[in-house]
Design a protein around this ligand. Structure first.
Ligand code: BDP
Length: 720
């Protein structure tokens, strides 16, 4: 950003009104609260001579603090808090039950206010009302009002009714007790277990605030590859301390439960879910947890998946395992989130089909307080996957969505990829399972299924780096995930505009090109990594960079060659009737969309079909040509992103600007690496000339194959 000379006061004033001359503090995320433009500031000042808070408790304290930060930042004026209703010029914040009767009558249509929802409303005499029926709603209303101000809404236009459409809006941390983070690319875990419970890092509060500001109401603190120690007394003391920090922000704590905990920390010989001693042990353990944390949310469980213990070790089903925990939790209103990410090393069946086949037969077997957590696609958080076939097919069991915000398969925290666009794509897909408009979004909200327990989980991209997410722009993925958990039908473009406006400026010259950059970034990464439906061809173990040649890992479905099946004649995974027939797990309308390679959308071609290299696409290209040209397009689009970003310099604080620019350079180099490594590998297999229009690889295939990254971040040390 340009620094105006001090002597040019006039210019400074001008600049202040045209640019937002504030210094973005990456640690403050989207809660920058930079000064409003003068006219708007004056207007809002007439509405905020004081802030009336109708009660005194920890929620109202949090709200007061937020108004202090927000109004001081945006209006340059610290608000006065008052216990008295004023005739004019006041922000009135009150729960429905605390609302003074003069303000209740006919003013609010309470029918429109759902659980955790809120109302913002302009009253006469320059007053603004924030109200709700429960504390979380009041908190969310406060943030919504401050966000509307920051986004340039004028005070007399403020009128908003909004309620979350999903009950459980959670982050999942894959954080280990030693502070490493599985698939974490933003430093170490923010949970300092060693110093808890006595030292409460101020970041815990900032974390809770940021989450509350986007409506997140729960967090799973620990890795799904769980450590039973978290359930022991000393750790529960630490968890209790965190719960104390999060409670006023409406955030509940959940923990991952290691299925074999009764053996590991309970001294039992078995963890069989049908064994009475095991059930009793969990009953006791759960009671102990609730003695520490009376509002504990429940357990998240990864069982019989990738070596984790589970009920199948005892010949029992997933439902037997989940229900045992659910029975212990039910008296305390706790829930079990049981993951459907399962595949077996003994089962030769297409990995994409295994979860559906294991869960469908037990659709009616789960207890009421169990919800099954399903990844967005049937393989594993790939840059693009079709939606998971369990969505819509499981009619009786509540299903929650699991998205991955951390970019395990999307370039770590060095690539700029705006994930809400990808999340939106999945949410908007029609499953055709419940009549008209059976989108994944409406299955997640329960509107299509009638389920009352609903949820969304996002695998967190947060670490202890100053800017929380490693890539400064990856903050948008945390923000956008939260917004979609609140309302899965929001548009990713709208969310981009909000995030840009809250973080930088609402100036169109910035917001429009940057929205377009964010939206397009999602497709670019698919193009330069896994175009045309390719998947899981990344480096072994750490998943960093290209590795289409990987064929040496212990289990077939851990190897790239399993997924692309390339040989001299062709490439792709046949999931139609002539192959694994994974397609049959979808509704007939979906089958029809994908079954015929001539009409299958090209984005999914090699996901569902094995095709000859000279297969003709509708645009006249052969498959091989299209592959090369798409890789090239991906690379070129990253160059365009760099050009756009260069034009944004005047709107962005210098360190932030330079940080993103360096990362874009890394992304550009890595996009070329992806193109060159994958194309030279496939070329080595098919012997064809490189397609015209694609820049030929810079180095021989042997070079790309020789690269190793033993210290790539995010991988468990034991897996190196
Ligand atoms: C895979 C990750 C692995 C996770 C697993 C899971 O590579 O680290 O443990 O997902 O979701 O994508 O359980």
């Amino acid at each position: 950003m340009r620094t105006p000379s001090l002597s040019l006061l006039f210019c400074l004033t001008l600049l202040l009104s045209s640019y937002n001359l504030f210094s973005q503090d990456p640690a403050k995320l989207w809660l920058q609260y930079y000064p409003l433009e003068e006219g708007l500031k004056e207007e809002f000042l007439t509405y905020s001579s004081s802030v009336f808070l109708a009660g005194e408790n920890s929620t109202y304290d949090v709200i007061a603090e937020e108004f202090r930060l927000g109004l001081t930042g945006m209006l340059n004026s610290e608000p006065e808090f008052s216990q008295q209703l004023a005739e004019s010029g006041q922000i009135v914040v009150a729960l429905r039950e605390d609302l003074p009767s003069s303000l209740t009558d006919g003013l609010v249509d309470w029918e429109q206010v759902g659980e955790e929802g809120y109302v913002l409303k302009t009253l006469g005499n320059n007053r603004l009302l924030v109200t709700a029926t429960d504390p979380n709603g009041l908190l969310y209303g406060t943030f919504a009002l401050l966000h509307q101000m920051q986004l340039g809404e004028s005070p007399d236009n403020i009128l908003k009714y909004d309620s979350p459409r999903v009950n459980l809006r959670l982050l999942n941390h894959w954080d280990n007790l030693d502070r490493t983070v599985e698939r974490g690319y933003a430093g170490f875990s923010i949970w300092n277990w060693h110093l808890l419970p006595d030292y409460l890092d101020p970041r815990y509060k900032e974390y809770a605030r940021a989450n509350a500001s986007i409506g997140i109401n729960g967090t799973v603190l620990t890795n799904v590859n769980a450590n039973a120690l978290i359930l022991t007394e000393p750790y529960l003391e630490k968890v209790k301390a965190l719960a104390g920090v999060f409670r006023p922000y409406g955030i509940k704590i959940y923990l991952t439960a290691r299925f074999s905990a009764p053996i590991e920390i309970g001294g039992l010989e078995t963890a069989d879910p049908l064994n009475a001693d095991v059930q009793q042990w969990w009953d006791g353990k759960v009671e102990e947890i609730y003695r520490h944390i009376p509002d504990f949310g429940g357990f998240l469980v990864k069982a019989n998946s990738e070596g984790q213990p589970g009920p199948q070790n005892y010949g029992r089903t997933h439902a037997d395992g989940a229900n045992m925990l659910a029975r212990s939790l039910a008296p305390h209103d706790g829930i079990v989130m049981w993951r459907a990410f399962v595949y077996s090393d003994e089962n030769p069946q297409d990995r994409a089909m295994q979860a559906y086949d294991q869960f469908m037969p037990i659709d009616d077997a789960f207890a009421e307080n169990v919800i099954v957590q399903v990844k967005n696609g049937p393989i594993d958080f790939q840059p693009r996957e079709p939606f998971h076939p369990m969505f819509g097919a499981m009619e009786k069991t509540p299903l929650m969505m699991e998205f991955q915000i951390t970019q395990e398969y999307l370039g770590f925290s060095s690539h700029l990829v705006y994930l809400p666009k990808m999340f939106e794509e999945v949410l908007q897909e029609d499953t055709y399972q419940f009549g008209e408009n059976s989108t994944v979004a409406r299955i997640i909200t329960g509107e299509a299924t009638g389920q009352r327990l609903t949820g969304m989980a996002g695998v967190s991209n947060i670490g202890n780096e100053e800017n929380w997410t490693g890539h400064p722009i990856a903050q948008a993925n945390w923000y956008g995930y939260g917004r979609l958990a609140w309302d899965p039908e929001l548009s990713s473009e709208e969310i981009a505009g909000e995030w840009l406006g809250l973080t930088f400026t609402t100036d169109k010259q910035f917001v429009e090109p940057m929205t377009s950059l964010l939206i397009r970034s999602r497709e670019s990464v698919v193009k330069y990594m896994t175009p045309l439906g390719l998947h899981h061809i990344m480096g072994a173990g750490h998943h960093y960079g290209p590795g289409p040649w990987v064929d040496f890992l212990g289990r077939p479905e851990w190897n790239s060659v399993y997924y692309h099946q390339a040989d001299q004649n062709g490439i792709g995974f046949d999931r139609t009737v002539t192959g694994s027939n994974a397609l049959k797990q979808y509704a007939p309308e979906v089958v029809e969309k994908f079954a015929d390679p001539a009409t299958c959308p090209k984005e999914y071609l090699l996901w569902f079909h094995h095709l000859p290299w000279d297969f003709q696409l509708n645009n006249g290209h052969t498959l091989w040509q299209e592959m090369g040209l798409t890789y090239q397009e991906g690379v070129d689009e990253v160059s365009e992103m760099i050009n756009t970003w260069e034009r944004m310099e005047e709107y962005v604080d210098e360190p932030f600007f330079l940080h993103v620019r360096s990362l874009l350079t890394i992304q550009h180099n890595e996009s070329i690496w992806w193109k060159d490594a994958c194309m030279s590998y496939f070329q080595d297999i098919n012997g064809l000339d490189y397609p015209e229009g694609m820049e030929t690889p810079e180095k021989p295939l042997s070079y790309y194959k020789s690269l190793i990254f033993p210290y790539a971040p995010g991988i468990q040390p034991s897996w190196r």
